[in-house]
Design a binder for this molecule. Structure first.
Ligand code: NAD
Ligand code: LMR
Length: 420
């Protein structure tokens, strides 16, 4: 089966409409759909649209994730707040919480908001980007289903617990370090399963402490507790695995102990009878207003100078490239927009088809529905631009080659065809 590049707006609208159909209020469905597609735009496809079904859709259908977004502020000061999210969707709750932290920082210099009984919020870097865009240093983290073992153990206990930091710079992107505290996160293992590839040795140990590279075995073993994702630094102490374990623990405590959320084994999501239960998580969001310390302009220049100096480091091979955090995502963003969408692999096509059929969203038509290629007519040609007219009955008005998708025509300089 073929993979297809599908325009972002189509995927975002589809995800939003699926969520609305299963009972999520339109404004909250739009937030979830935006954050999922933003993950794909940034090149974090392990947490993009491909997760709509295995995580959010399936959990709502199983009755273990609420569709209503309800929350209470259970404690608040001028600089802090504690939110109880009542098993609501994590994305809208987290966006609200980070904005509260930013508003407090803008008023009082610092803001920190923590949540309990929230759920999986996707990419941590989305929320830190909000802070950087508003002139703040942002930090956030969340706990998650048990995946990482403590150094010296084989049992998975800590989540892949992402920790993200972002701040504005005078470069054309914000610094944004956004990653798990394990070498690989679960979404990456899911991707290897979809692609039928072995995972690299050194990412995972089994309950005897032996490496495991069979992606499907790892995924099943993570849920059963027989396999664990190694912390940053890897197994044992030699390569500093205790540092990744330590950072994962910091995230667990900041996520759970300030908000009084669930932690560690309580996040297996299994009820005493063995059936699937809710996975109610804790998160933390922190913002510091740069202007409370120095001018935004001075901060951005200094941060930018640090990045530029890092890029001057001597390299072993001239073709090697030095990046700073946030740079690859910025480039991926522009590249993905230019290419006109995100690649949907066969496994994700199946998931999309299942949701479309179950929810009767037949107005969405994708290129894999088509049976044959049909020629198109070019109605206008300029340098690097062709405006194309699609034949009647064409099921997908998108170019399958490298191009920009626009309404019922497309811009590009490639040989374009559609399918019928
Ligand atoms: N919600 C959850 O429970 C959860 C758990 C784990 C991960 N995640 C999310 O998954 C996503 C991917 O996580 P990951 O651990 O696979 O990330 P990753 O390993 O792809 O690392 C990404 C980070 O590293 C930076 N980076 C990459 N290459 C670099 C280089 N050569 N030099 C400098 N910086 C570089 C990127 O700019 C980015 O900040 C993140 O968005 C994360 O928040 C979410
Ligand atoms: O899947 C999870 O529970 C956490 C995170 O999104 C991950 O991919 O590791």
């Amino acid at each position: 089966m073929t993979s297809y590049r599908i325009p972002f707006d189509i995927l975002e609208n589809f995800s939003r409409d699926v969520l609305i159909k299963i009972g999520v209020e339109p404004k909250h469905a739009a937030v979830v759909a935006d954050i999922l597609t933003e993950s794909d735009r940034r090149g974090h496809e392990t947490h993009g649209i491909g997760r709509l079904k295995p995580i959010y859709y399936d959990r709502v259908k199983k009755g273990i994730l609420e569709t209503a977004v309800k929350y209470d502020i259970v404690k608040e000061t001028s600089t802090t707040a504690v939110i109880d999210a009542h098993n609501s969707l994590g994305h809208p709750i987290s966006k609200i919480a980070m904005q509260m932290a930013i508003d407090k920082a803008k008023q009082h210099g610092l803001g920190m908001v923590v949540c309990r009984n929230s759920t999986h919020y996707g990419i941590a870097g989305y929320y830190t980007s909000m802070a950087a865009a508003q002139g703040c240093v942002g930090m956030c983290g969340t706990n998650a289903r048990p995946s990482i073992p403590p150094t010296g153990a084989v049992e998975n206990m800590l989540g892949t617990n992402p920790l993200a930091f972002a701040f504005p710079t005078d470069e054309d992107f914000d610094f944004n370090l956004d990653c798990a505290t394990s070498i690989a996160q679960r979404g990456r293992i899911e991707q290897y399963v979809r692609e039928n590839r072995p995972v690299p040795a050194g990412w995972v140990i089994d309950d005897k402490g032996q490496p495991c590279t069979d992606a499907q075995q790892v995924l099943t073993g993570l849920t059963k507790g027989t396999h664990a994702l190694l912390p940053l630094g890897g197994a044992g102490e030699e390569l500093g695995g205790y540092k990744g374990y330590g950072y994962a623990t910091v995230v667990e405590v900041l996520s759970a102990s300030l908000s009084q959320a669930n932690f560690l084994r309580a996040l297996y999501g299994t009820k005493p009878d063995g059936s699937a239960g809710p996975i109610e998580l804790g998160h933390f969001f922190f913002a510091a207003n740069v202007e409370a310390f120095t001018t935004l302009e001075e901060f951005k220049k200094s941060a930018g100078d640090i990045m530029r100096e890092l890029r001057t480091a001597k390299k072993a091979h001239p073709e090697d490239r030095i990046y700073v955090a946030g740079e690859k995502e910025c480039e991926a963003y522009h590249e993905q927009i230019k290419l006109g969408g995100v690649i949907i692999e066969p496994a994700n096509q199946k998931a999309i088809d299942a949701m479309r059929a179950e929810q009767g969203l037949t107005q969405y038509v994708f290129p894999w529905d088509a049976k044959q290629d049909v020629p198109i007519t070019v109605t206008e040609e300029k340098p690097n631009l062709k405006v194309c007219k699609y034949p009647e009955g064409a099921v997908q008005n998108m170019c399958l080659d490298k191009s920009m998708y626009v309404g019922d025509g497309c811009y590009h300089a490639c040989s374009c065809h559609v399918r019928k």
